[in-house]
Design a protein around this ligand. Structure first.
Ligand SMILES: Cc1cc2nc3c(=O)[nH]c(=O)nc-3n(C[C@H](O)[C@H](O)[C@H](O)COP(=O)(O)OP(=O)(O)OC[C@H]3O[C@@H](n4cnc5c(N)ncnc54)[C@H](O)[C@@H]3O)c2cc1C
Length: 566
């Protein structure tokens, strides 16, 4: 397991908090203020072996589009001309006149010569994070400049080569890996910060910059990135934009549709579409950059991103709750009393938490003396420290007066803040390292957690689920998510992730959400996993218009085929 320096995980936090100390002193018997254990979450580990069962019938039934050319040695030579630097081209295709020659340009610092020589290196890029999908791309390209991307796409369109843009490969819908033998265009080497405006807080960077590295860049300058997610140690800002990622700070900073000020995009034709504005206001015709936000690489390759960052001084509180009703009431009070300082309101249930607490030697311990069925992490942040403390103190007092939580703990310093967040951020990996199906729904509050209960009842009746790690094949039906955004992730963990489990859950869960006006994909996109279910949340007219837009930008359909629109 490789981790980046833990220093990159640190966030700025003032050390003295008199107002909070007062609130805690007044209620010391109800609060556990001891430091909470657990490492901060950093670079994502690789988690499990390839599933034996295809998670989507549609994926299993897809056929390769015969209009796409298969990659061969001539293409490899052309790519080596475009990317002459060491490590620019990774391929298993051999020179037919000299089949024993090395399979790569040469070694590089980030990818060793041994790796480059091995099929294993190609497999890593061909396999998605959940290890549910594996493509067979014989070529991965690592451009370092926008001009490289432009030359590659121009070549690919001319020769009808299908392309999968790839960022950190952390998406959970299969969108970032080939379905068949599409070329992988990995943006990892396009990773420079281009400029930062310390007055306006506008950051312009290459698309391949890792989110956590950008956070480490802006944080000492007194700012934070407008998005934060548990995959931050691996995902790239270009991938975040391409998936319209949400994450834990969506509540305060909103969608990337708002915080992305500009984009630089290379179209399949090789033309560079310069939309890289740093202006907050620009009302001059169609706002084309919005089309690339959430397009999952189906319209073009994002090479540059201009983002509005924000000032940030946060405090976090972890609460153990006895009922879902308490979560609803706590959220209503947080909105009222923390109001615009409320920067995260995260939720998870006991089944999720168990997976983290039972995750081995390095697992954190229980945060409280008692266990609870629900947990909430509330974060308050502001550039005005006094105002931040005041509103949080008031909020905590009111929670105590109303007996709205079983227990709670608060961060007094940076390391406690990181440790509280490590609980939340480590849960997805802890759960999803087991064979599981994961869903990403937006539901209104009456239905937010009901979906978990309904699914438990359904699978119990079918004899598949008998409680957490019970006798049923399904070992857990767990819920966690961005409560403040109405976004719940439902995880169905099974001993044997077989057809019976799959058919018990899908399409039932999508239909259930659609009937209640929910979204079948809140923030993860559609990829290949959910492309067949688009009609549950988009009308025929909308889907037809999406297809027309796709044709305008990508007339030969070479960009990330088989994804989003099937
Ligand atoms: C543990 C864990 C926690 C997560 N938590 C969250 C969360 O809280 N919120 C959330 O929204 N997501 C979350 N995700 C999902 C994932 O991290 C996000 O979707 C992320 O934005 C993907 O970024 P990436 O760089 O890894 O992109 P990839 O996975 O490499 O690619 C994702 C899609 O974007 C396209 N793409 C990538 N780069 C570019 C580019 N430069 N130009 C054009 N297209 C491109 C790909 O073709 C693909 O379609 C989580 C994932 C994990 C594993």
């Amino acid at each position: 397991m490789s981790f980046l320096s833990s220093a990159l995980c640190l966030r700025s936090l003032p050390l003295t908090r008199p107002a909070l100390a007062l609130a805690l002193a007044q209620s010391a018997c109800r609060w556990s203020v001891r430091p909470t254990p657990g490492p901060p979450f950093c670079r994502l580990p690789s988690i499990r072996s390839i599933s034996t069962y295809p998670p989507s019938w549609a994926a299993a039934l897809l056929k390769r589009n015969p209009q796409f050319k298969s990659l061969d040695w001539t293409d490899v030579q052309a790519f080596r001309t475009i990317l002459p630097s060491p490590g620019g081209v990774l391929t298993s295709i051999r020179d037919p006149t000299n089949p024993d020659a090395t399979t790569s340009s040469s070694s590089s610092a980030s990818v060793s010569a041994d790796q480059l020589d091995s099929q294993e290196a190609l497999q890593a890029y061909n396999t998605d994070w959940l290890k549910l999908y594996r493509g067979q791309a014989p070529v991965v390209l690592f451009p370092e400049t926008t001009a490289h991307v432009a030359a590659i796409l121009r070549y690919c369109q001319e020769h009808r080569l299908a392309v999968v843009p790839q960022g950190g490969n952390t998406c959970v819908t299969g969108a970032s890996v080939p379905v068949f033998d599409e070329l992988i265009l990995n943006l990892a080497k396009l990773n420079r910060v281009r400029q930062f405006d310390p007055v306006g807080g506008v950051l312009v960077s290459d698309a391949g910059c890792i989110l956590q590295n950008l956070e480490a860049y802006v944080e000492p300058r007194g700012f934070t990135m407008p998005l934060d997610l548990a995959a931050k140690g691996s995902c790239q800002i270009g991938g975040n934009v391409a998936t319209n990622a949400g994450g834990v700070h969506f509540l305060k900073y909103g969608s990337l549709h708002g915080s992305v000020l500009g984009l630089e995009v290379v179209l399949p034709s090789g033309e560079v579409m310069d939309l890289l504005s740093t202006l907050r206001k620009d009302s001059t015709g169609y706002d084309l950059k919005q089309l690339f936000i959430g397009a999952e690489g189906t319209l073009g390759v994002i090479t540059g991103v201009a983002l509005q960052t924000a000032p940030f001084l946060p405090v976090a509180v972890l609460l153990g709750l006895n009922s879902y009703k308490q979560a609803l009431d706590t959220y209503a009070l947080a909105q009222k009393h923390i109001y615009q300082n409320l920067s995260a309101f995260e939720f998870w249930d006991r089944e999720c938490f168990n997976y983290l607490l039972e995750s081995g030697a390095n697992a954190p311990s229980e945060p409280f003396a008692s266990t609870y069925p629900y947990y909430i992490l509330v974060e308050s942040s502001s550039s005005d420290e006094d105002q931040n403390q005041e509103s949080l103190s008031k909020f905590l007092d009111i929670l105590l007066q109303n007996k709205l939580m079983g227990d709670g703990t608060i961060s007094f310093d940076q390391s406690q803040f990181n440790r509280l967040w490590a609980y939340r951020e480590s849960i997805p990996s802890a759960v999803l390292r087991h064979p599981s199906l994961a869903y990403d729904l937006t539901l209104d509050y009456p239905h937010f957690y009901q979906v978990v209960e309904v699914l438990r009842d359904r699978l119990r009746q079918m004899g598949l689920y008998d409680g957490y790690k019970g006798r049923g094949n399904v070992q857990a039906i767990a819920g966690l998510g961005h409560f403040g955004d109405g976004n719940i992730h439902v995880c169905v963990v099974a001993k044997d992730l077989n057809k019976e489990v799959f058919e018990a859950v899908e399409p039932f869960i999508y239909e259930w959400a659609a009937e209640r006006g929910g979204s079948i994909s809140a923030e993860h996109g559609l990829g290949i996993l959910k492309a067949p279910y688009l009609h549950y949340t988009r009308s025929e007219v909308v889907i037809r218009t999406m297809r027309q837009i796709k044709t305008v930008f990508d007339p030969h359909g070479i960009m990330n085929p088989y994804k989003v629109l099937t």
